[in-house]
Design a protein around this ligand. Structure first.
Ligand SMILES: C[S@@+](CC[C@H](N)C(=O)[O-])C[C@H]1O[C@@H](n2cnc3c(N)ncnc32)[C@H](O)[C@@H]1O
Length: 254
């Protein structure tokens, strides 16, 4: 797609996502994460029958580290990414940012139990409170669906040092409709099952529809690659699992 057309296409799609979901993004979603923080990690594993661990390990294996790197984990939640990276490379300086303090409290306790330190910033990620050209590496896992991507990805590019890398993981919209249908059926079942066994509150239960809708209006892996290229990231590559259901992108700021 030519650059001008791409700009129109992405800004139209992002406006559509924002108009469709802003009521959840600016309200209920934060209550849902506060509600589920204490069992978020176990629920993911139970509901995905262990697949989530495989998704995480595959994503983490794509991340290349150097000693002493300064890393920003965006929408860090319970610090799953930061903890795994520090286990691999203990001299990293990791900063986690997430607007949900309950998720970050669980994350801080998880890190402390392992003798690890991750600095925590509680804030919205649409404006990152960090200087330009600051981080060697930025990660984001399982959160992009809930964000205005043109803003967040531009901010991520701004805070990356030249030569730095952005690693992105999320569930994506598979290009094959049948795989999409299976995905939504499976996800709907997982959300109901998890809500039942972990006794989720009403807000989490009410958001089940949202979790399916937001995914069906998200990007496929090749579309996300184009979006990153459009925002002037270089050397963008991606890898997918399960027919494009989950995707891992790597992009560089030159
Ligand atoms: C599904 S969790 C993922 C957490 C973690 N990255 C992981 O892989 O387990 C999504 C996280 O994004 C955070 N989040 C969503 N919208 C946000 C926003 N606008 N600003 C900051 N954090 C946000 C939520 O609070 C939640 O902790």
């Amino acid at each position: 797609m030519a650059n001008g057309k791409q700009a129109v296409h992405f800004s139209a799609h992002e406006s559509f996502r924002e108009n469709s979901f802003k009521h959840v993004w600016s309200g209920d979603l934060d209550h849902v994460f506060a509600d589920i923080a204490s069992y978020y990690d176990s629920a993911n594993n139970v509901a995905s029958l262990g697949l989530f661990g495989w998704f995480r390990d595959t994503f983490l294996s794509t991340i290349e580290l150097q000693p002493g790197y300064t890393v920003l984990d965006v929408c860090a939640g319970t610090n799953a990414t930061g903890i795994a990276l520090l286990k691999r490379q203990p001299d990293l300086k990791i900063i986690a940012i997430d607007r949900n303090k309950e998720m970050q409290n669980v994350g801080r306790q998880r890190a402390e139990r392992r003798g690890l330190h991750i600095e925590s910033v509680i804030d919205d990620v649409h404006k990152l409170p960090f200087p330009d050209n600051h981080f060697n590496l930025v990660t984001i896992q399982y959160a992009s669906r809930h964000l205005r991507l043109l803003e967040v990805f531009s901010e991520i590019r701004r805070v990356l040092k030249p030569g730095g890398f952005f690693y992105h993981a999320d569930m994506l919209r598979p290009r094959n409709r049948l795989i999409g249908k299976l995905q939504y059926g499976y996800l709907g079942m997982c959300l109901t099952f998890t809500a039942k066994i972990f006794g989720s509150g009403t807000q989490a239960l009410d958001c089940r529809e949202y979790f399916l809708d937001v995914l069906s209006n998200f990007y496929s892996a090749p579309e996300l690659t184009e979006l990153l290229q459009h925002l002037e990231f270089s050397n963008v590559t991606h890898k997918t699992l399960l027919g494009g259901l989950v995707g891992f992108h790597k992009a560089q700021k030159i």
